[in-house]
Design a protein around this ligand. Structure first.
Ligand SMILES: C[S@@+](CC[C@H](N)C(=O)[O-])C[C@H]1O[C@@H](n2cnc3c(N)ncnc32)[C@H](O)[C@@H]1O
Length: 265
């Protein structure tokens, strides 16, 4: 049984595994509690490559953001932004173009508190607490932060697999597309059913966590790009999306997801 040296801050439930804090644990972060680590350990037992996949996902995120800024994007909305870690979106974006406005969106109060404390101090950074599943709240809030008449990039990294079909993720992504100006972008990473024989164990762990898993096939993930031109090399393992020259490669079997970037048609 893992224990915590520090008590949880007021208002934080440390006993229910939290998907943001489990991911923080995969990435080697310290913003997690015993229940998160125990749940994450159970996932690592089933999918030992989850840690590598999380790192590859972050590396893909950084390459995608760098690409978007170099394409001229100056507004980025990162939905399901997660706990601040190394290589945050605004750090990558501002390296190439300091005038890029980055809006971090997450529904988790712990994530938002950390983000406000750590990220919200910077210029051209906003933090918004909102639930992707409530577009009628999300859209008006975004409208005040980004100019939807100018191109914008929406990042949906490792969030859509927490949104079951019943919550209408395709419809909401379609609304993001329809609300954005021509020349806007959508970038996605999404967990897949990498080992159907082992998946029930993973689903069970997440069913007890703050969000359950909705794994999708390649074709199902590709559908999120309807109305977008899916850029080369398409929807691929995240480590295969325009890898940097000399980028260290992890195991070929590591990928538990797919990623891609699309430009609005
Ligand atoms: C696995 S983390 C991904 C973090 C980051 N995007 C990345 O890929 O490195 C998933 C994040 O999505 C957030 N999330 C899950 N469901 C959400 C929802 N319905 N609305 C907003 N955020 C959500 C969680 O709180 C968590 O911070």
């Amino acid at each position: 049984m893992m224990t915590d040296p520090r008590p949880a801050p007021e208002g934080v439930d440390p006993t229910t595994p939290n998907v943001a804090r489990m991911y923080d644990y995969y990435l080697g972060g310290k913003d997690n509690f015993a229940a998160d680590r125990e749940a994450a350990q159970r996932i690592l037992k089933v999918f030992p490559d989850t840690r590598l996949s999380a790192l590859e996902n972050r590396a893909f995120l950084a390459r995608a953001v760098d690409f978007l800024v170099k394409e001229g994007i100056r507004q980025i909305v990162d939905i399901g932004s997660g706990l601040p870690t190394q290589g945050n979106v605004h750090e990558v974006a501002h390296r190439a173009a300091p005038d890029t406005h980055v809006v971090y969106v997450d529904y988790d109060p712990v994530v938002v508190t950390h983000a406000r404390a750590i990220l919200g101090r910077g210029e051209n950074v906003s933090v918004l607490q909102a639930d992707f599943r409530e577009p009628d709240v999300l859209f008006p809030a975004l409208d005040g932060l980004v100019d939807l008449d100018r191109p914008v990039a929406f990042l949906l990294f490792a969030i859509l697999h927490f949104i079951p079909d019943g919550a209408k993720p395709y419809e909401i992504v379609g609304r993001l597309r329809d609300a954005s100006a021509p020349g806007s972008y959508l970038a996605i990473s999404h967990a897949r059913d990498a080992r159907p024989d082992l998946t029930p164990d993973a689903l069970e762990v997440y069913n007890r966590a703050t969000a359950s898993l909705a794994l999708r096939t390649h074709a199902e993930i590709e559908r999120f790009f309807d109305g977008y031109e899916l850029l080369e090399p398409g929807l691929v393992y995240p480590e295969d999306w325009r890898p940097d020259a000399g980028q260290p490669r992890f195991s070929r079997t590591a990928s538990v997801g797919y990623g891609g970037v699309g430009r609005k048609l």
